[in-house]
Design a protein around this ligand. Structure first.
Ligand code: NAI
Length: 360
């Protein structure tokens, strides 16, 4: 079946990894027609914003999109494209499967877990008060008057809202995912012992939702203990559900355990639309040099094929990637080398050609 999918190539290494992804998806046999849309700092001059309305409209129309990384402009007053897309399209789930790929330089061979990160609130809500500003002084005065505590006058403040609605939505998603994909356990991660009204609420609602899903085991971990447990024995985790910020940090930690950002795929999912994208950013340090590892974007595209019901093509893509790592002949420079693997780094182009050869 033919599918129309919006492609935002992004910028920096996004241009290279998106082109590689398109080549591999074409070789997988999937019938994808790309609807190219623009976003990022490079389009601000043309559209007056890094996220043009027509790009948002295209995603609303076609429902499925894949996005290369985009650079967040610093000091221009524009919000991150990623945060804006998640808010505008209510992509409330950030899904990041973390799986060992033999030969990809991971610290463990048996990692197979799913990070489910809440995507719309927490310290990421963007409710910020600048140090020294009038409204910040007022807020500090208000908090003091309420008897809630005293804040130094020279403070900047970020607000951390965690709602019952968003928590129930994300925890429900985690349990539904576990049930549909034959997973055994959901772990809720928090710091409820310190932040009783935000993380405490997250834990309480996680427990409530868990009661409605008796076939899936449930436990919880305080975020600092979670990090230590992850590094020592990631095989104890299955599906893990996080508030926004901890999920952001923990998914990079998890990616590091299996070989790094170059191989970590992801998806932002809402009730209407889904936007697939690698975990990594635009990597300005290596952009334009044909050095980027396109695995993360290719595996994000495989998740997209699953979402479109093209399971066979998705499995072929994953098998081809695993074959290239298992052979160890064409590995990009970000991958930690083991005995018997080629020491000379392959370019993005060479790696992609190797994946395409496996598919052929
Ligand atoms: P980054 O993920 O772009 O790079 C971190 C390090 O990992 C760099 O040394 C880079 O060379 C390396 N790296 C990342 N992806 C790689 C790949 N595929 N192959 C080989 N090496 C890779 O993070 P950074 O430097 O913090 O952010 C750069 C820009 O990207 C910023 O403007 C940031 O806001 C943006 N960003 C965009 C994201 C998105 O569009 N989804 C996500 C994260 C950051």
């Amino acid at each position: 079946m033919r599918h129309e999918v919006v492609l935002i190539p992004g910028d920096g290494i996004g241009l290279e990894t998106s082109a590689a992804m398109q080549e591999v998806i074409a070789a997988s046999g999937a019938q994808i027609e790309w609807v190219i849309a623009k976003a990022g700092a490079a389009v601000i001059d043309e559209f007056g914003t890094p996220l043009p309305e027509e790009t948002v409209e295209a995603i609303k129309e076609y429902k499925v999109a894949i996005k290369g990384p985009v650079t967040t402009p610093v000091g221009t007053g524009f919000r991150s494209v990623n945060v804006a897309l998640r808010k505008t399209l209510d992509l409330y789930v950030n899904l990041r499967p973390v799986m060992s790929i033999p030969g990809a330089g991971g610290r463990y061979d048996d990692v197979d877990l799913i990070v489910v990160r809440e995507n719309t609130e927490d310290l990421y809500a963007g409710i910020e008060f600048e140090e020294g500003a009038e409204d910040t002084r007022e807020l500090i005065g208000f908090i003091d008057k309420m008897g809630k505590g005293s804040i130094r006058q020279d403070s900047g403040i970020s607000i951390k809202p965690i709602s019952v609605t968003a928590t129930r939505n994300i925890v429900e998603f985690a349990f539904d995912y576990a049930e549909k994909h034959g997973r055994k356990k959901v772990t809720s991660v928090h710091k409820a012992n310190i932040m009783k009204h935000s993380d405490g609420l997250f834990l309480r609602e996680s427990r409530e939702v868990a009661k409605e899903h008796a076939s899936i085991a449930f436990d919880d971990k305080i975020v600092d203990a979670f990090c230590m447990n992850m590094v020592m024995d990631p095989s104890q985790f299955d599906v893990i559900v996080f508030p926004n910020l901890y999920g952001d940090i923990a998914s990079d930690l998890a990616a590091g355990l299996v070989g790094g950002l170059g191989i970590a795929p992801g998806a932002n999912i809402g009730r209407e639309c889904a936007v697939f994208e690698a975990v990594h950013g635009s990597a300005p340090d290596i952009a334009g040099k044909d050095l980027a590892n396109p695995t993360a974007e290719i595996l994000s595209a495989a998740m997209m094929l699953d979402h479109l019901g093209e399971q066979a093509c998705a499995d072929r893509v994953r098998a081809a990637i695993r074959a290239v790592y298992a052979k160890g002949e064409f590995l990009t420079g970000d991958i930690r080398r083991a005995e018997g693997q080629a020491k000379q780094p392959a370019s993005c182009t060479e790696f992609t050609a190797a994946v395409v050869r496996e598919l052929a």
